[in-house]
Design a protein around this ligand. Structure first.
Ligand SMILES: *Cc1c(COP(=O)(O)O)cnc(C)c1O
Length: 475
């Protein structure tokens, strides 16, 4: 870091804060509670403010720059969401208040449940899960509970295509199911022959991401659902990529029995440093009795908490991440049905526009019209430049790197998702940066191998950074 660290600014006797004069008798602290070896920096208030403001500016975020992180749907989080979430009537309540005193808060949950049901074509929704992966776990637990309730205890196999998100096999394993991987065909679809071979009476279900992690719509989705249903299995839909489908196709209509929504992707609530996310689950008629509770039901004009009869139970304390419900509901109401459809149309248009600009420099993995994202090979043939080098060099151009080395089935994958909230100018600038990097790779590859050059620290050993992090100032 070029600026001095706070500890290096220390000047003996300088303070940023003056304690008010003591208005009670001074009492010494008990022995042993005071450390003598605590060399805190002595700085002024201005130095302190500058230190933390500088640190905050090292954060990369959607409010400062383009963030094309594939599969993550890093769209703009409208500030009106924050305004709604700060409404006093919604913040100054407690989940242990009686239902009678929470009618407004419950109504908002009810309306969000209804909106999500309508958007994705499901019979029931629970808002409880705290993230997409948490929704997956709730979903596969429901699938298990469903088969058990019918005495089909042998259904313990879950089929997962090799183009799935890594959380899918992880959630299934956590739920005690055995994962069977299905290959993709040349067009990036599920290999139907392999699927048919895997289907028998030990199959609990299939987890499908549609559009898949290649950004491609599953062309045989109806046949996949029919095949799995025919052998008695259920269909799990990974709804993280719903941004491509809003107002155009409803997973419930396609044949999915359960799906999670990522409010922090599709519905513009903040991703925020690992949380708080929100991953509601939607289900078809036959899984509705198994939903995690409580959900909100309407009886006459009253809203009531309800635990469905065969519920898998609670998956989270209280109601879920309530602040996110307010933001997502605001987003849905601000857009309305036409607006949500426009979101998907523009997300797909932006991705295809950017794909056309990028593919002359970095070839796409599967040449098809993409949905909301696309995957290219990030290595440069004839050089030793890899996707990682390209990703790191993008930082020097002021862009967050795309998701890289995922999906695993693509060599040197760069997975790019622009979202609908970016302008054409931003997409053009990003494509120009990638074109310039492709040129640099051939003329000055060392520049890429050593990137980034503009950050406080350059290329890190990422494994070491994760395994043996140095988190405090050592002087
Ligand atoms: C993000 C994502 C998930 C997991 O969602 P989290 O909210 O991060 O737990 C699952 N599947 C896909 C395809 C995703 O993009």
């Amino acid at each position: 870091m070029s600026e001095p660290l706070l500890f290096e600014l220390s000047t003996p006797g300088r303070t940023a804060f003056t304690l008010p004069s003591l208005d009670v008798p001074a009492t010494p602290l008990p022995e042993g509670y005071l450390r003598t070896d605590l060399p805190l920096p002595e700085v002024s208030e201005l130095e302190l403010v500058r230190h933390f403001t500088r640190l905050s500016q090292l954060n990369y975020c959607i409010d400062t720059n383009f963030y094309p992180l594939g599969s993550c749907t890093m769209k703009y989080n409208p500030k009106v969401n924050e305004k709604a979430a700060a409404i006093e009537g919604l913040t100054q309540v407690h989940p242990l208040q009686p239902e009678e005193a929470l009618q407004g808060s419950l109504e908002l949950m009810y309306r969000l449940q209804e909106a999500l049901k309508e958007i994705a074509g499901f019979a029931g929704v629970s808002l409880q899960p705290a993230a997409g992966a948490h929704g997956e776990l709730a979903g596969v637990l429901m699938i298990r509970a469903y088969h058990r309730s019918r005495g089909e205890h042998q259904r313990r196999k879950i089929l997962i295509p090799d183009s799935a998100h890594g959380t899918n096999p992880a959630s299934s394993a956590m739920a005690g199911l055995t994962v069977v991987q299905l290959p993709s065909d040349k067009r990036g679809n599920v290999d139907l022959a392999a699927l048919k071979q895997a289907c028998d009476d030990t199959v609990a279900g299939l987890m499908l991401t549609n559009p898949n992690t290649l950004g491609l719509f599953e062309e045989h989705v109806l046949e996949v659902c029919e095949t799995v249903h025919a052998c008695g299995g259920l269909m799990y839909g990974d709804g993280a990529n719903l941004n491509a489908l809003l107002g155009i196709a409803r997973p419930g209509d396609l044949g999915f029995d359960v799906m999670h929504f990522n409010l922090h992707k599709t519905f513009s609530t903040p991703h925020g440093g690992g949380g708080p996310g929100s991953g509601p689950v939607g289900v078809s008629e036959r899984l509705a009795p198994f939903l995690p509770g409580p959900i909100v039901v309407k009886e006459g004009e009253r809203f009531r908490l309800h635990v469905p009869e065969k519920s898998i139970g609670r998956v989270r304390a209280f109601f879920g991440n309530y602040g996110m419900f307010i933001r997502a509901y605001t987003y849905i109401r601000m857009h309305g049905p036409e607006g949500l459809r426009a979101v998907a149309e523009h997300a797909v248009l932006n991705a295809n526009y950017l794909k056309a600009l990028v593919s002359p420099h970095f070839p796409v993995a599967v040449e098809r019209t993409c949905m909301h994202e696309f995957v290219v090979h990030g290595d440069i043939p004839g050089t030793d430049v890899r996707a990682l080098d390209v990703a790191k060099r993008l930082i020097d151009y002021g862009f967050h790197p795309p998701t890289n080395y995922f999906p695993l089935i693509v060599r040197d994958a760069l997975m790019i998702e622009p979202t609908e909230t970016e302008s054409r100018q931003t997409l053009d600038a990003f494509a120009q940066a990638l074109a310039a990097i492709a040129h640099e790779a051939r003329t000055d590859p060392a520049l890429l191998h050593e990137a980034p050059h503009t950050t406080p620290v350059s290329r890190l050993d990422e494994v070491k950074a994760a395994r043996t992090p140095v988190l405090c100032y050592k002087g």
